[in-house]
Design a binder for this molecule. Structure first.
Ligand code: FES
Length: 61
């Protein structure tokens, strides 16, 4: 499934850079050598980042 149609970034591409430490949508674009265009994918990227970080936050409590 594509998260960013403008740049052809799939969910697995986004999850991979999040796993490597990307914690902001702009960092996701940067690590893939692209930049935001329409910006419609930013909320979905932010959601994927928050989903990935949620277990870490629970573990820290
Ligand atoms: S869908 Fe990602 S910048 Fe347009």
């Amino acid at each position: 499934m594509y998260v960013c149609n403008c740049n052809g970034l799939r969910e697995k591409d986004v999850r991979a850079v999040i796993a490597e430490g990307a914690d902001h949508p702009l960092e996701v674009y940067e690590r893939h050598g692209c930049a935001p265009r329409c910006g419609r994918c930013k909320p979905d990227m932010q959601r994927l980042i928050e989903e990935a970080r949620a277990p870490l936050l629970i573990a820290a409590e």
